[in-house]
Write a protein that binds this ligand. Structure first.
Ligand SMILES: *[C@@H]1O[C@H](CO)[C@@H](O)[C@H](O)[C@H]1NC(C)=O
Ligand SMILES: *[C@@H]1O[C@H](CO)[C@@H](O)[C@H](O)[C@H]1NC(C)=O
Ligand SMILES: *[C@@H]1O[C@H](CO)[C@@H](O)[C@H](O)[C@H]1NC(C)=O
Ligand SMILES: *[C@@H]1O[C@H](CO)[C@@H](O)[C@H](O)[C@H]1NC(C)=O
Ligand SMILES: *[C@@H]1O[C@H](CO)[C@@H](O)[C@H](O)[C@H]1NC(C)=O
Length: 199
């Protein structure tokens, strides 16, 4: 018993240290981000597991154009495409947590498409993440909010797993309750009229 207990603790520790040494990856967004013309939007991107990148270069690109560059511990907008001038905000304080999301102000129709967040010098195989921005005409905000397929739902997978577990537990509970009720009724009937078991 004691040996088994020790072994299970040991394997749990190995598993945890394995997770710890996992190299950080750049993760964009699997879900399309939707914004209306004139709105501000945050394009999500982060490192997983969390990793401090404030000493590294971070690039945001859109169709090859430079959207925002963070370099030598500050914004470097020399190469910024003019269509994004004064319209980007990079959250410097969030970088220590590996959050390299970018805020884009006053969205235009031309902003739509795939954005790439890149940490070129990251010691990892996954240095790029993609975020797709969909731009809808002005005044369509309500439709966006009503649409369950849009919006940030990075927990989609966790949610569906939770749903499946919840539904499974619910179904099992219902089956158990039905069995208990049926068994109790049968017993009750047998006790009340023992000669009349088959109806
Ligand atoms: C970032 O650079 C500064 C100065 O070069 C250094 O003191 C600090 O430890 C570095 N931080 C990380 C997380 O590498
Ligand atoms: C950006 O903002 C600065 C200061 O507010 C302003 O002088 C400049 O004209 C703006 N550039 C563009 C392209 O809007
Ligand atoms: C990243 O920072 C932005 C701005 O503070 C915030 O809105 C967003 O939720 C953060 N994302 C993560 C994954 O922490
Ligand atoms: C947003 O952009 C449009 C042009 O795309 C411009 O006419 C408008 O003044 C901008 N609004 C703000 C608040 O900067
Ligand atoms: C991002 O998009 C590019 C091209 O559109 C693709 O080659 C790459 O595999 C994508 N990366 C991820 C992490 O989805």
């Amino acid at each position: 018993m004691k040996l088994q207990f020790l072994l299970s603790i040991l394997s749990a520790c190995c598993l945890l240290s394995g997770l710890d040494s996992e190299e950080p990856k750049v993760i964009g967004s699997h879900d399309t981000i939707t914004a209306a013309v004139g709105e501000d939007v945050i394009l999500p991107c982060h490192l997983e597991p969390p990793f401090d990148v404030h000493n590294l270069t971070v690039l945001w690109k859109h169709n090859g154009a430079a959207v925002h560059t963070y370099k030598s511990r500050g914004d470097n907008l020399d190469a910024q495409d003019k269509s994004f001038k004064n319209r980007t905000l990079f959250f410097h304080g969030e970088m220590v947590n590996g959050n390299i999301s970018l805020k884009l102000f006053n969205v235009t129709e031309q902003d739509k498409g795939v954005y790439t967040c890149v940490v070129p010098r990251l010691d990892s195989q996954v240095r790029k993440g993609n975020v797709t921005l969909e731009v809808v005409p002005k005044g369509k905000e309500e439709e966006i909010e009503d649409d369950p397929t849009s919006g940030p739902s990075t927990d989609e997978n966790n949610l569906s797993t939770a749903h499946i577990i919840g539904i499974t537990i619910g179904v099992i509970a219902i089956i158990v309750i039905v069995i208990v009720i049926v068994v109790k009724r049968r017993r009750g009937q047998q006790e009340e009229n023992p000669d009349d078991t088959v109806l």
